[in-house]
Design a protein around this ligand. Structure first.
Ligand code: GDP
Ligand code: MG
Length: 177
């Protein structure tokens, strides 16, 4: 099922995946609370954050899930993916290995989802231009091959953070209406 409609609002589960330390938790805290943490180590016990937006006069709530650091051990469980209708797959533009892992994350997402998932590839830390190890063109090419949206962004200076989440939410909404 694509999302769940309560009497007043739509509720969509969105998961954030990608290698450890690419900035997943900071993207979520930037979007949900407009906060950035320069010293965040692992995620602090929060499973998800709920954000609302309005589309065509309807309230749409996104329940956005963040890992608790288990990706470090390649141990993200099927419960994490269960019921997700959207996903942000994150890599870091300054660390090539995180880009090379994207395929594995997409496979894992596919294995665990039983529905169409709106997916966005996110090249995070685009403020680190001088340390760039993955070009914009490579990110774009991969997203086109795999049929994903693509955006580079920065949780540090908040470039594109809101837009990326809202694009995924709008796509899910469009798919069901
Ligand atoms: P996670 O393991 O994927 O959840 O990554 P975190 O959100 O915990 O971030 C890992 C580290 O990268 C932290 O030290 C953050 O401060 C830093 N970080 C996250 N996003 C950005 C960004 O957009 N730019 C820069 N320069 N650093 C970032
Ligand atoms: Mg984290």
């Amino acid at each position: 099922h694509l999302g769940e409609q309560t009497n007043r609002a739509y509720l969509f589960k969105i998961v954030i995946i990608g290698d450890s330390a690419v900035g997943k938790s900071n993207l979520l805290s930037r979007y949900a609370r407009n906060e950035f943490n320069a010293h965040s180590k692992a995620t602090i016990g929060v499973e998800f954050q709920t954000q609302s937006m309005e589309i065509e006069g309807k309230e749409v709530r996104a329940q956005i899930w963040d890992t608790a650091g288990q990706e470090r051990f390649r141990a993200v469980t099927s419960a994490y993916y269960r019921g997700a209708v959207g996903a942000l797959v994150v890599y870091e533009i300054s660390r090539r290995t995180t880009f090379e892992s994207v395929g594995r994350w997409l496979d894992e997402l596919k294995t665990h989802s039983d529905t169409t998932v709106a997916r966005m590839l996110v090249g995070n830390k685009c403020d680190l231009e001088s340390m760039r190890a993955v070009s914009v063109e490579e990110g774009k090419a991969l997203s086109e091959t795999q049929g994903l949206f693509f955006m580079e962004r920065s949780a540090l200076d908040s470039t594109n953070v809101k837009t990326a989440f809202e694009m995924v939410i709008r796509d899910i909404y469009t798919n069901i209406s």
